[in-house]
Design a protein around this ligand. Structure first.
Ligand code: HBI
Ligand code: FE
Length: 288
């Protein structure tokens, strides 16, 4: 079927919104851009990203020269955790996205950011999706969590609580931090694929760093246009997986009964706080 991407391009996609990666369509310049982004970020993440991420990055050979071939990458990943990577032109509808995750397929954007937007773009491109998301899919516990999220998404959509569940994805899969014996580390894909946020999230005094709390987090708004004002910290991927291995039905009942929404900078008495942020960055106008 034909769809229109958010950038207005018309493309032919399969029923599940996938396309052939058609690796040959990338230019030498685009492969070179991947290599430069990879080298820059790999250096940045030494001592900042968690070991599980770095192990996945290296075992999947994401720097074999240019943008990875999805067929080869999928073959490697499938051996480890049963996940595969499929190409999509753009953001896909929520139900389609959840169906892919529930079946251990990760949809990755089939384009790379333009040179002028090397540091920041809002659309998920192949660097964000593959460099950012795929390494942790080689970790068995995180791999199970992502599948559980896809299945949960299908149920949440039916109950009209997708906004709440989307916050869980955002604050963990995209922007999560993890406490390790070596110190606080990054695991969120939105951070590991961003040079500036890799430093900001760990070293800046502005943002809150608060211990992961499922209900608290599902009531908290997030920012899509700038660095986060709050990062949520887990102790282990097991903690994350266990939080999702429960019936969310009663949680959704409570969210319907109590519709409080916290702003992204809120700190409560009951929060387990690692860093009570100054919010100096956001108060100064952030990116603007
Ligand atoms: N589509 N390709 C793609 N990538 C995403 O991360 C994505 C998506 N569609 C929907 C979506 N994310 C979110 O709305 C869900 O997490 C709720
Ligand atoms: Fe993402």
């Amino acid at each position: 079927m034909k769809i229109k991407t958010r950038l207005g391009r018309e493309v032919d996609v399969n029923e599940d919104y996938t396309v052939d990666q058609n690796w040959e369509h990338f230019t030498d310049e685009e492969h070179d851009r991947w290599d430069r982004l990879y080298a820059r970020q790999e250096g940045m993440l030494e001592g900042r990203a968690c070991d599980e991420f770095m192990e996945g990055l290296h075992s999947l050979k994401l720097s074999d020269g240019g943008i990875p071939r999805f067929d080869e990458l999928s073959a490697r990943l499938k051996e480890i955790t049963g996940w595969t990577v499929v190409a999509v032109p753009d953001l896909v509808p929520d139900d389609v996205f959840f169906d892919h995750l529930a079946n251990r397929r990760f949809p990755a954007g089939n384009f790379i950011r333009p040179e002028a937007q090397l540091d920041y773009l809002q659309e998920p491109d192949v660097f964000h999706d593959v460099f950012g998301h795929v390494p942790l899919l080689a970790n068995p516990t995180f791999a199970d969590y992502m599948e559980a999220y896809g299945k949960g998404g299908q149920r949440a959509a039916g109950r009209g609580v997708l906004t709440n569940l989307a916050r869980l994805y955002w604050y963990t899969v995209e922007f999560g931090l993890i406490n390790t014996p070596k110190g606080m580390r990054i695991y969120g894909a939105g951070i590991v694929s961003s040079k500036a946020e890799s430093i900001f999230c760990l070293e800046d005094q502005s943002p809150n760093r608060i211990h992961f709390d499922l209900m608290r987090l599902m009531k908290t708004d997030y920012r899509i246009d700038d660095f986060q004002q709050t990062y949520w910290v887990i102790d282990s991927f097991q903690e994350l997986l266990e939080a999702t291995y429960q019936d969310f039905g009663p949680l959704y009942d409570e969210l319907e009964a109590n519709t409080t929404v916290y702003t992204p900078d809120t700190v409560l008495e009951t929060d387990k706080v690692h860093n009570h942020g100054t919010q100096a960055y956001a108060n100064a106008g952030g990116r603007l």
